[in-house]
Design a protein around this ligand. Structure first.
Ligand code: ZN
Length: 324
């Protein structure tokens, strides 16, 4: 479980989350085949460990996510190189957050690192602040982040990139600002698999990295629009950033949660309730509706984000569902 505080550390980076779980270590031995030449190294429900993908074609293999820090990334690279058996290696990351991307330096020289332009910009501008913030989450997180060097992707694309692995084309697609400024999703059309990064967390409330004034890039309204588009595609298998794999329902679940969160927030916001009252009421409501979901501390962050977005759109139409 995580615990959100509003403290700011000495370096001025936001201290957002308390990390108290087991060591954030990727266990490659748990890798599962989910389609032909397509594996997922599952997160095993461990905080700060992402689901990692290994997608193979005739000529090349794409790794999705590095794990937190160089030692995790070394395990992932070794596993991927073993699996590749001489095929060329590529790396991509769904977004710049540390457990997804802060091991990329290990792949330098061994793999070609591809990312969307907005993510590359996130890495450059916000990477150092997040490194500082994540180092302070726990001793075990700090240990994994020892010696991290942030690197630039080798290939940067704007909106979409089709990567031909040989007999298999993988679709890298920038979604536009949602969970971060530079999210991308990775689709494997022949297997009907979609890697979503933290746009989707299975069995968890959506993670809103809403840390004003340090980071306010997350957008509830844009995220909802992205989820409406992704859910309409109904991929057979969805690999979320964290939590168990699932089908299209995982996308619908996040879409529906974000829609409710926005509606409930904006209704109260329009009645001029103060933000803390709104956050408390909505947390109660959402926890009652989804008692099994973890990450409850992120509900209030989502409310904060959506309150700010409502203020920015104050002259637009009324909130959906509000009495006219
Ligand atoms: Zn994230």
């Amino acid at each position: 479980m995580t615990d959100v505080t509003e403290m700011t550390n000495a370096a001025g980076a936001p201290k957002a989350v308390e990390h108290t779980g087991p060591d954030p270590v990727v266990h490659v031995a748990g890798a599962q085949d989910i389609a032909h030449d397509l594996l997922v190294i599952p997160d095993r429900g461990v905080q700060l460990v992402p689901n990692i993908g290994i997608i193979g074609g005739r000529d090349a293999v794409l790794v999705v996510e590095t794990g937190l820090g160089p030692r995790n990334a070394e395990r992932v690279l070794e596993f991927a190189a073993d699996h590749a058996r001489g095929r060329k290696l590529y790396l991509t990351t769904t977004h710049f957050h540390p457990e997804h991307a802060f091991g990329a330096e290990v792949f330098t020289g061994a793999a070609t690192y591809l990312a969307n332009r907005d993510q590359a910009a996130d890495l450059e501008t916000k990477g150092p602040g997040y490194l500082e913030m994540f180092r302070q989450l726990s001793e075990s997180a700090a240990r994994q982040l020892e010696g991290v060097r942030l690197v630039r992707p080798d290939i940067v694309y704007d909106r979409s990139y089709d990567l031909d692995l040989g007999g298999r084309v993988v679709h890298l697609r920038a979604t536009g600002r949602a969970h971060s400024k530079g999210d991308q999703v990775i689709g494997v059309p022949d297997a009907d698999v979609l890697f979503t990064g933290d746009l989707v967390e299975a069995g968890q409330f959506a993670v809103f990295p809403w840390f004003p004034p340090h980071d306010t890039d997350v957008s509830g309204t844009r995220w909802l629009a992205v989820m409406e588009r992704l859910a309409a595609r109904r991929p057979r298998t969805v690999v979320p950033g964290h939590g168990g794999l699932g089908g299209p329902q995982l996308l619908a679940d996040v879409r529906d949660y974000l829609a409710e969160l926005r509606q409930e927030t904006w209704l109260r916001r329009d009645s001029a309730a103060d933000e803390q009252t709104i956050a408390d009421e909505i947390a109660d409501l959402m926890i009652r509706r989804r008692p099994q979901w973890i990450g409850r501390e992120w509900i209030g962050k989502g409310v904060g984000c959506l309150c700010a977005e409502r203020a920015a759109h104050a002259h637009d139409e009324p909130a959906p569902g509000s009495p006219s």
